[in-house]
Design a protein around this ligand. Structure first.
Ligand SMILES: [Zn+2]
Length: 682
């Protein structure tokens, strides 16, 4: 008898022999095959029960995942010619397939029938929740509408897509239209070497001498933060914050004003069509928050708590700037510049100083140790699994000696690899057709600078936090106890709650007790000096009040714009923003500021009435962590409870139910404010 290798037993993709073109061809056949199989299944009898429908669909999805998954993964981590060609060929086909499935009325009716049948109550929670989410998705996509309304819905969708594209095109054109040529480097005093080099390259690309400033974020950010010339900062601030509007150097040329007004109007119509009072409730329907109203209450609550500290932050900045010979009052284009000076004078902490204490091998060991102490899980490396690069590792996650999941660990930046850090699914936890349980497998990807010679890779503390963050997503996927693929792991989790496990794990990078487990000098083995540690912890909350208020300004504007829309007497986009600013802005924007004309998150991205999610998830994570703070950050009972009630449950319950089960109450902003040093002793 021969034993199967891990590679074979888990039926993992064989990256070393993978043929992208072959995969693309097989995917083509598989998509057609799936469509046929689903039609056949739906036509086979009038009313299918859960076991006749869902496992078959899961299996068909898994077949596609096994082909598309590795290809789309390689597109991110080994993006060479043949991979890109195959990816580009497959993507439109896959999108078309997904659209067709999302609009499949017969499939919707099949789900609806089970949902409304007597047998529904016999199903387990995960199965029930999966069906509810499916039916809801179909309804929100307009599938339940009568033909006439459905046509209108389709038209609205199309118009909205065009407007969003127009918005981002005009924003891009406006961004590229402006530049400033500077021959004398004296005007650029204060800018770091890297920014100067970038500006020099930009000039060279246009066959110019000297420097060329442009409105890409990195150039804008450098000038606002470091340029000593106030005149230059003001000029660039104005150019950047009037892009694609009626104001500024290109005023009226790429104006997004009408596009925004129209988008809000159409979103309102579409929300009405599928049964919601306004777009905010439509957006929130798939999220953890109960309603637009509830989100507004949350944001106001947070604003009330944070405003005093934000005002203090601003006063201190003004005071500091005054002592430095700066202007009174500070204008919007002075804030980042003097903030950077203040930060430097207060903490004088360089990431370079910290890096020797965060050598990757140590940090990784520390991370595994931390999750072992929280959850009792064991992470061990495995051999004999095919990967896409020699630096990629493969690991097993086990509990009480039993494997529960696996992951690929790809940590270094290299050529042909997309930047950033992410977690992706390789395999879902679900039952295979032979009745055997398929364990979850994750891809965990970061982009740290690789080791040079004998020296290990040294991370900044920010990178350590990134590693923990992504691992938190990975654990959510791998530690799931749910066998229904559509609601296992991160699937079916509302996206204002999906960052909870990841942001939660970041907390262990900010605790003395856990840092002491791994922050040791890679050469001497010495512990991170107390003074450095305290500086690092203190710098964490620098201007936290101002930062949160700025996020609140964006979130409230986004929410009210959609929630308070009145088709009979629409308030202008500008008026909505002005009101919000009146209420929450600590840094006063000049009256010609047109930030909203470049707010692509909500006008060209997926964040409309959802921008609040950033703060919402932060609040959840801080709140959940507060239980660890009071019960011990390595308390195994608290860890076990968290696994049972949140980490293991995936999307099988709505996120608020899970949160409440673990905390015994609804979320509170108190912990976040305390962590950010925003709580005022009264
Ligand atoms: Zn994340």
């Amino acid at each position: 008898m021969t034993t199967l290798s891990l590679q074979e037993a888990l039926q993992l993709p064989n990256f070393s022999t993978m043929d992208p073109a072959g995969l693309a061809a097989t995917l083509d056949i598989q998509l057609a095959n799936n469509q046929q199989a689903i039609d056949l299944l739906l036509n086979s009898q009038t009313s299918l029960n859960y076991n006749q429908l869902v496992p078959k669909l899961e299996q068909l999805d898994d077949e596609i995942g096994k082909l598309w998954g590795p290809l789309s993964h390689l597109h991110g981590v080994r993006n060479k010619e043949e991979v890109r060609a195959a990816f580009d060929e497959c993507l439109p086909k896959l999108t078309a397939y997904a659209t067709q499935m999302g609009q499949n009325k017969a499939l919707y009716l099949a789900f609806l029938w089970i949902l409304e049948s007597d047998a529904f109550s016999q199903l387990n929670q995960a199965q029930q929740q999966f069906l509810r989410l499916q039916v809801q998705d179909f309804k929100l996509a307009g599938v339940a509408l009568d033909p006439e309304q459905q046509a209108e819905y389709g038209q609205l969708k199309q118009q909205m897509a065009q407007l969003s594209t127009q918005f981002s095109n005009q924003l891009m054109d406006a961004t590229e239209a402006w530049s400033k040529h500077i021959e004398n480097s004296e005007c650029l005093l204060g800018l770091p070497e890297s920014a100067l080099q970038q500006a020099q390259e930009a000039a060279k690309a246009k066959a110019l001498n000297g420097y060329l400033l442009k409105l890409d974020f990195s150039c804008y950010h450098s000038v606002m933060t470091f340029a000593q010339s106030r005149e230059l900062r003001q000029e660039m601030y104005q150019a950047f914050n009037t892009r694609a509007s009626d104001q500024g150097p290109d005023g009226g040329k790429f104006d997004n004003s009408q596009v925004m007004e129209k988008l809000v109007e159409l979103r309102h119509k579409m929300a009405n069509l599928v049964g919601f009072e306004h777009y905010a409730d439509y957006s929130v329907a798939t999220k953890m928050a109960d309603s637009g109203q509830a989100v507004e209450a949350f944001l106001i609550d947070l604003a009330k708590g944070c405003k005093p500290q934000a005002e203090t932050d601003m006063e201190q900045l003004q005071l500091f700037a005054g002592q430095d010979g700066g202007p009174t009052p500070l204008a919007a284009w002075d804030v980042a510049y003097y903030s950077e000076k203040l930060r430097h004078s207060r903490y004088d902490l360089s990431q370079e100083e910290l890096k020797p204490y965060f050598a990757l091998p140590q940090v990784r060991k520390g991370l595994f140790n931390v999750v072992n102490r929280i959850y009792g899980i064991e992470v061990t490396p495995c051999k004999g699994v095919s990967t896409w690069h020699k630096d990629v590792g493969f690991f097993q996650v086990a509990y009480e000696g039993q494997a529960i999941g696996y992951f690929y660990f790809d940590l270094y930046a290299r050529e042909h690899k997309r930047g950033g850090a992410w977690m992706d699914e390789c395999r879902n936890r679900q039952f295979k057709t032979d009745g055997e349980l398929q364990l979850p497998v994750a891809y965990l990807v970061c982009n740290f600078a690789p080791p040079v010679g004998d020296k290990p890779a040294l991370l900044t503390h920010g990178e350590v936090t990134t590693l923990f963050h992504e691992f938190g997503h990975g654990l959510h996927h791998m530690m799931t106890n749910i066998d229904v693929a559509g609601v296992a792991g991160i699937n079916g989790v509302a996206w204002d709650a999906v960052e909870l496990p990841s942001q939660l794990l970041e907390n262990w990078c900010w605790q003395e007790e856990s840092l002491r487990l791994f922050a040791t000098h890679y050469q001497t083995g010495a512990a991170l000096p107390e003074e450095l540690l305290q500086k690092m912890l203190a710098a964490k909350n620098f201007q936290a009040g101002m930062f949160v208020m700025r996020q609140l300004e964006f979130a409230l504007f986004d929410l009210r714009l959609h929630m308070n829309y009145n088709p009979d007497a629409p308030q202008s986009v500008q008026a909505v923003l002005d009101e919000v600013r009146e209420q929450v802005a600590v840094v006063k924007a000049p009256q010609w500021n047109r930030f909203q004309h470049g707010f692509a998150h909500i006008f060209a991205g997926g964040y409309a009435s959802g921008y609040y999610s950033y703060l919402w998830a932060e609040v959840l994570a801080a709140d959940v962590f507060s239980r660890f703070e009071s019960e011990g950050i390595f308390n195994p009972a608290t860890g076990a409870d968290l696994w049972r009630k949140i980490t293991g449950q995936g999307g099988s319950f709505d996120a608020m139910t899970l949160f409440t089960a673990f905390m015994g109450r609804k979320p509170s902003v108190e912990a976040l404010m305390r962590h950010k040093g925003l709580t005022h002793e009264s």
